[in-house]
Ligand binder design. Structure first.
Ligand code: FAD
Length: 392
């Protein structure tokens, strides 16, 4: 029994780990020769951390997870605290801490955990064929591979998705641009154990600690799509967008390295119900592409993988590894995941609109709420999202 895994991102690597737990051989094919992650870091929330533990990769989280113990919102202009609270009640309620991690380190460690030399890099899938008994992947270098089934974890621009859905999806621009990167921790910018966010005018500046004395930062600015991108103007652009903002924001802008700062126009894809076609399943961003506004894109890829493994365990139990078991496992995976992932994409979209001033009155109401927030409501929201996962 062999699976072809397309993509060596968080989705592909975690799917391989989950299938390995079920005794299924996996061949992993990755388009690029060298992985250069989009984005500097990720917050892997407790649901994602639980998945990493379940998949046997918990030590990666232990090593990479930053000490994010508190959370605070500040008025972007005055710098005054709107709300500040401990995340301990959340950790107590869900039984696991959240881990902000360097994305490059996470991906690299997941690859090393599997064995870098066992992944086939430079293999970009361009066509897929399937029959009742197997799948065939065709790569742009003229080579091909055969397997019993395929997990397509080839990201938001998935080449396999159109085959599975029977139509081409459109990416939807979320009306804001995100700049992100890493800087050395500086407590003049924010406390070293806190996720700190400055808000105002539908913009935000966020800072969270990852391992090795670094802050992950991001700036969000509502902007039209397609503006010119130029590394040499990053500092000037951010200085302009955040003119008049509080001192810590100015310090952060002064500290960033434009060469390692990413600029991303944020998109999502309208959720769809079909995640599986026979013996081919979509997983991760290929299956559900979300804005990062609730930090659940990578976490839900990890959840997909855990559920995938559980479905194979259910379907192979007492029957062995059969073709019909594969089809049943993938169908079960689709059933168990489609509502959850749709919910997360739509929840993130809603949060995105409120955060980024789609209707400034609503955004202002949110700012007003933050000034009265004790942490209870935010923790309740985070808790609901986390316990909706497969390992609640
Ligand atoms: P990817 O990481 O995109 O991996 C897909 C892989 O497939 C890539 O390596 C790619 O090279 C390869 N590939 C592509 N096409 C082909 C092909 N044709 N053939 C073979 N291989 C191919 N998520 C969180 O959980 N928490 C966060 O805090 C968070 N913050 C984010 C911030 C930003 C700014 C962004 C943009 C996203 C954020 N996310 C976050 C979302 C998260 O990054 C994604 O959901 C996650 O990386 C998806 O993993 P994936 O493996 O499905 O896709």
């Amino acid at each position: 029994m062999k699976a072809l895994i397309i993509g060596a991102g968080i989705g592909g690597m975690s799917a391989a780990a989950a299938l390995k737990q079920q005794g299924i051989e996996c061949d992993i094919f990755e388009a690029v020769k060298e992985i250069k992650p989009v984005g500097a870091a990720l917050s892997i929330w407790s649901n994602g951390v639980k998945c990493m533990n379940h998949l046997g990769m918990g030590s990666i989280m232990d090593e990479l997870g930053g000490p994010m113990h508190n959370m605070a919102y500040h008025d972007g202009f005055t710098g005054t605290v709107m709300t500040q609270f401990s995340l301990a009640p959340l950790v107590d309620a869900v039984g696991e801490r959240p881990c902000p991690v360097s994305r490059a380190d996470l991906q690299s460690q997941m690859i090393d955990w599997w064995g870098r030399d066992k992944i086939q890099f430079g293999k970009r899938i361009e066509k897929v064929e399937q029959s009742e008994t197997g799948v065939m992947a065709y790569f742009t270098d003229g080579t091909s591979a055969i397997g019993d089934f395929m997990i397509a974890a080839d990201g938001t621009h998935s080449a396999v998705r159109t085959h599975v859905l029977g139509y081409q999806t459109e990416r939807r621009y979320a009306d804001y641009v995100n700049w992100n990167g890493l800087v050395e921790i500086d407590e003049n910018i924010a406390p070293a154990d806190q996720w700190t966010t400055f808000v105002g005018d539908g913009k935000r500046v966020s800072i969270m600690p990852i391992a090795d004395g670094r802050f992950y930062f991001f700036f969000d600015v509502p902007l039209p799509k397609g503006l010119e991108q130029d590394r040499s103007t990053v500092i000037a652009d951010l200085t302009g967008y955040f003119a008049g903002w509080a001192e810590p924001v100015q310090k952060l802008i002064a500290a960033i390295n434009p060469e390692t700062t990413n600029r991303i126009e944020i998109h999502d894809i309208e959720p769809f119900d079909t995640l599986v076609k026979g013996n081919i399943a979509l997983l991760g961003d290929a299956a559900h592409s979300t804005t990062p506004d609730i930090g659940q894109g990578g976490c839900s890829a990890l959840e997909d993988s855990v559920v995938l493994g559980q479905c194979f365990a259910d379907q192979f139990k007492g029957k062995g590894k059969t073709v019909s078991g594969v089809l049943a496992a993938l169908k079960q995976y689709e059933e168990e995941r489609r509502f959850r992932v749709k919910d997360l994409v739509l929840k993130a979209r809603k949060r995105c609109d409120v955060t980024h001033g789609k209707d400034m009155q609503e955004t202002q109401a949110w700012y007003d709420e933050l000034r009265h927030e004790t942490g209870e409501n935010i923790i309740a929201g985070l808790r609901t999202t986390i316990i909706g996962g497969p390992l609640a």
